[in-house]
Design a protein around this ligand. Structure first.
Ligand code: NAG
Ligand code: NAG
Ligand code: NAG
Ligand code: NAG
Ligand code: NAG
Ligand code: NAG
Ligand code: NAG
Ligand code: NAG
Length: 633
């Protein structure tokens, strides 16, 4: 019936140019409804949908080659990062794509005035009624409800006319469940449960008790990380938080007072608000401050007061739909949406402090990306369609082209997904699933995924760490890791992964439990301590566990390596994976050889000599990393 409505229209507009009709072809289909969601009812025909057409990007098939060309230390072009303008120009959809899609919309009764084209030409957006959308793309929009009560509009599948499909990457809202149920599924803080908070009376100075309480001193000692920045004017380190997660300055001040960094007392991070992001004050209970306080107290404490940490605060407190894409839109002209246009509030906050080559494209006023960006939130790969995840993953590669290092925590549920959810054979998720559930964006080959380690009880900072593992009455925490079901094996980790799979004995589960093909992206890449961080929150000192802690800690070390390189006139380290997996760099990591990461009814993977899917290549030796990176061009 729907096809009947549309075909005559197509016939009309392409009556001359097309000798045959342009039939509709399936563009995307979802195999199942994500766990926790239920189909509720048909969406009313007159309801308005902000329909967005993501246009096919030019040259995207060359992206991987471009990235390795500048980030493989053996490449003659190593370190020759691109400007944002070069990125925009190289990947911008062709003018033809914009025209063809616009004409199709016009011929379906949508006037040009109703369309918005993003400054980078990456998106065309139009507010349509559900009825119009159903007819345009042969969808059938329904309202879905989550267990938490949140609603989401989606369809099971949609179609595009054959001549439109090559110009469009995806349409939203459609089959994707990008919606975020706050604060849990997107956060990596499953170990940070309120019932599980350990209060500590005061803080231990020095490094005598790092097995029970991690402090700044402990991390410095563990990773030989004593560095005072000297090139802060042109360096940057960013931490991303999603509202309503917030920090409270008086907690920050308590932390820095008791950890003897008086210079940081009263000093908030440099805040960049994206899509209305702000520090909400309506609820500062642990659930709302645990993540930000941890990330900022350690991120800022480790880079010292000499480098201003940038806080990207994304989303307002009420919109449940804020996603990594909102953040990415703000960073990169080739990705940004109609919302990402000139925004003096964003640009004015952060002028010209970036390392060379980051000059923003004036056509698209975006927030400048910091040289190292750490995020401690994440999805299960299975929450997203492969299409959606791939598009976002490619965006991380583009940031890598610009010399930005992107870190994501690898997850806190071992081989299971957020909330201990696993995969069923059909790809849906449930707690009774038996297949491992990789996390995203950690499974994207263009980010650096950070796992967690801990000091064995009774041991000191000089003893080898093990993979993080914590079992309490209220839950478990194991370093996230495994093998993607979506992304192929990147060249840089081919040898490491082959060696692990060759030696690994899956005696507690079969190779059907995970993508054991040896052809898929494996994570994490590296690890840092993620156990019992002393954090000031809601006026008290508490302990926090999670890869949430590992990521900002790693980020602060990489930011200081950038500082050392900038100080001698070199560029930022950018996308680090090809470098850290190179033979030379193996001496710069403390290999973690003990521990496992249970989940999905199994004992999970086991640490081994060399790379493993719990702690990656191991924990950093900052001194050695600095030396090696200073020797690179
Ligand atoms: C906190 O102080 C109280 C009273 O001094 C003591 O009983 C308790 O063991 C202390 N707790 C910790 C975690 O140090
Ligand atoms: C902070 O340190 C001071 C002095 O060392 C100590 O008296 C106080 O109890 C500490 N605060 C907390 C909340 O532990
Ligand atoms: C950091 O921010 C403070 C203001 O908060 C400013 O005075 C200082 O110059 C900044 N430092 C750098 C290195 O940008
Ligand atoms: C704040 O959030 C916590 C945890 O979600 C909740 O238990 C509490 O009732 C909230 N407090 C207020 C004042 O809304
Ligand atoms: C979130 O997305 C749904 C559609 O998926 C939409 O109906 C709702 O209005 C959005 N919420 C906000 C605050 O934008
Ligand atoms: C394993 O990963 C590869 C590469 O990403 C993918 O093509 C394949 O479909 C995956 N297999 C399974 C069973 O998920
Ligand atoms: C921030 O923390 C302080 C000290 O715990 C507390 O008095 C204040 O109410 C908090 N602010 C908000 C908005 O909750
Ligand atoms: C793997 O080990 C776990 C924990 O020891 C056990 O509960 C489970 O039954 C084992 N699974 C298999 C398939 O052997």
């Amino acid at each position: 019936m729907l096809a009947f409505l549309s075909l005559p229209l197509i016939f009309l507009w392409f009556g001359e140019a097309f000798s045959s009709l342009s039939p509709f072809i399936l563009h995307e289909r979802r195999s199942h409804i994500p766990s926790g969601w239920f189909l509720e009812r048909k969406h009313p025909a007159s309801a308005v949908l902000p329909l967005r057409f993501g246009l096919k990007q030019s040259n995207i098939h060359n992206l991987e080659d471009y990235l390795y060309d500048i980030s493989d230390p053996s490449s003659p072009n190593f370190g020759r990062h691109w400007t944002p303008g070069e990125v925009v120009k190289t990947f911008a959809p062709s003018a033809e794509s914009v025209t063809v899609v616009q004409e199709w919309l016009i011929d379906n009764g949508i006037s040009k005035e109703r369309m918005r084209v993003s400054p980078s030409k990456g998106w065309i957006e139009v507010d349509t009624t559900v009825e119009e959308a159903d007819q345009l793309i042969l969808a059938d929009y329904h309202v879905y409800t989550h267990e938490s009560g949140q609603e989401h509009i989606a369809c099971e599948e949609y179609h595009l006319p054959e001549h439109i499909a090559p110009h469009v990457e995806l349409v939203t809202p459609s089959v994707h469940f990008d919606a975020v149920i706050r604060p849990r599924p997107m956060t990596r803080d499953t170990a940070l449960m309120k019932s599980d908070i350990t209060f500590v009376n005061s803080t231990y100075p020095g490094v005598g008790h790092c097995d029970t309480q991690i402090s700044l001193d402990c991390l410095r000692a563990l990773y030989k990380f004593n560095y005072s920045p000297i090139a802060s004017g042109s360096n940057s380190f960013g931490i991303v938080e999603y509202t309503p997660q917030t920090f409270n300055q008086s907690d920050m001040d308590l932390f820095f007072t008791n950890y003897s960094i008086p210079e940081l007392v009263g000093r908030p991070p440099f805040q960049i608000s994206i899509d209305g992001g702000y520090q909400q004050t309506f609820n500062q209970s642990f659930d709302y401050v645990g993540e930000s306080q941890l990330d900022l107290q350690y991120g800022m404490g480790l880079v010292t007061s000499k480098l201003n940490v940038t806080l990207y605060q994304v989303g307002d407190a009420v919109n449940p739909n804020t996603s990594f894409n909102n953040f990415l839109d703000a960073l990169d002209g080739s990705y940004c949406t109609y919302e990402g246009g000139d925004d003096p509030a964003l640009d004015a906050i952060y002028p010209d402090t970036q390392p060379g080559g980051y000059d923003g494209s004036p056509a698209c006023g975006t927030a400048k990306p910091a040289a190292v960006i750490s995020t401690s939130y994440g999805y299960n790969e299975a929450d997203l369609t492969p299409f959606y995840a791939t598009r976002q993953c490619n965006e991380y590669a583009k940031l890598g082209l610009m010399g930005v290092t992107i870190l994501y925590s690898s997850g806190d549920s071992g081989v299971a997904g957020n909330g201990q959810v696993c995969l069923n054979d059909d790809g849906s998720q449930s707690t009774t699933g038996t297949r491992f559930n990789p996390s995203f964006p950690g499974s994207c080959p263009y980010v650096t995924s950070i796992g967690a380690t801990q000091i064995v009880a009774g041991n000191s900072v000089n003893d080898p760490e093990v993979a993080a593992a914590r079992v309490t009455a209220s839950g478990v925490f194991y370093s996230g890791g495994g093998f993607s079901n979506v992304f192929g094996l990147p060249d840089y980790q081919r040898g490491s992964v082959a060696s692990y799979l060759k030696n690994f004995k899956t005696d507690n589960f079969t190779s059907a439990a995970y993508n054991s093909s040896g052809n898929s992206r494996a994570f994490p890449d590296i690890a840092a301590n993620g156990a019992a961080y002393v954090v000031a929150a809601a006026g008290e000192f508490i302990l926090e566990w999670g890869t949430s802690a590992s990521s900002p800690t790693m980020g602060s070390m990489l930011a200081m390596i950038n500082d050392a390189r900038i100080a001698v006139g070199k560029g930022t380290i950018g996308f680090i994976n090809p470098t850290i997996y190179s033979a030379l760099f193996q001496t710069a990591f403390n290999d973690i050889t003990s521990g496992n990461n249970p989940g999905c009814g199994t004992e999970g993977f086991t640490c081994s000599a060399g790379w493993d899917p719990l702690t990656g290549l191991g924990t950093p030796n900052f001194e050695r990393l600095k030396e090696l990176w200073l020797a690179l061009p």
